[in-house]
Design a binder for this molecule. Sequence first.
Ligand SMILES: Cc1ncc(COP(=O)(O)O)c(C=O)c1O
Length: 411
Amino acid sequence: MSTRYACASCGASYQTDAVVYRCPRCEAEPSSGGFARGILSVVFDPTLLGAATRGEAPLDPHSFLPIPVPGSRAFPAGGTPLVEPSRLREATGFPNLFFKNDTLNPSGSLKDRASLLVAAQAIAAGERRVALASTGNAGASMAGAGAALGLEVVLFVSGSAPRAKLLQSLLYGARVVPVRGTYDDAFGLSIAYTRECGGVNRNTAYNPFTIEGKKTVSLEIWNQLGTVPDVVYVPTGDGVIIAGVHKGFADLVSAGLAERLPVLVAVQASGSNAIARSFREGREVTLAGTSTIADSLAVSSPANGEMALRCLAQSGGRAVEVDDAAIGRAQLELCNTSGLFVEPSSAAAWAGFLADRANVDRRSTVVVLLTGTGFKDVKAAERLVAMPEPCEPRLGPALELLDREYGSCRR
Ligand SMILES: Cc1ncc(COP(=O)(O)O)c(C=O)c1O
């Protein structure tokens, strides 16, 4: 079965069973200084859904994908819980607040949803190798999927990628190529590599199956709530995750299962706010540089900026900016009120809700997307707490420590 694609820039459509990347017509156009052009998205055909899928809940998210996904038991991406954070519901006065906890994916991030589908794409195409550029999570994710499904993964990374994410990729067996340069340099190199040496390229906002894989998060939210939420907060850098979230709900609408999209709120770090500024100023803004503790959101020129802005507009959504101090407070709050240890990029989504909640009706069903685990960025977390010096192994010194560090912990 061949897949139909539509270009986000010129609207051209393509039908093929070959692996395709950007729209050949738009990709060839010289950049006008704005966002990249020619990102393709898969056109969902609701007639392909089986009658069972259309008539029954829960629906199978994989039945909305363009190809079968045979590896999902070996690399079980998705199926993550929708957390009901009772203490934060009470503290904020939002009784229908939820966290979609995608930190519980196999490699610790939402990226696994895309990696699983790209792995299936490679296997279906008879390719044994996947190459990509990454700021950290996508690389670790593809490396994990490759390990589980027997694919070789070649990963190009810039020097600034967090060490734990690179170690994770190496441990999974990826061929890691650190590049003296930026993420953009690594991106270009990975494309040159697949053109020359073959294999499938998984670059985000390049391979359309990345958006497609990520949409399963929305199909799961639909299953878990039994309806479309009112508002979804999405941590945003390149704008691929938010496009995936939008696509999942849009496919439900085209299948006649849902009547509306949720309002999508893109949350950006104020030190990396290209999409938020573009949305506010009504023009495509790229940045000279970025500065934020949320490394996964640090993007000067959002690769999927054009489509992300359209998703915001179509959903009646908006963009919110949060600074590093707010991200740090949000990270700590998620830990000590909900037992959720997330990386700064995900904490940004919670900070975004806190900054934006005055615009939201308290009865609304609100989902905050938690996209990556905090265990991959212990350095960022270390700034939030102080480790007490060890005490002698006797009760007296232990009680003194408790009094000194935490106030009295006695009866
Ligand atoms: C954990 C996490 N959250 C959010 C994002 C932002 O996603 P996007 O760049 O698609 O907007 C990323 C991207 O790397 C990520 O790794």
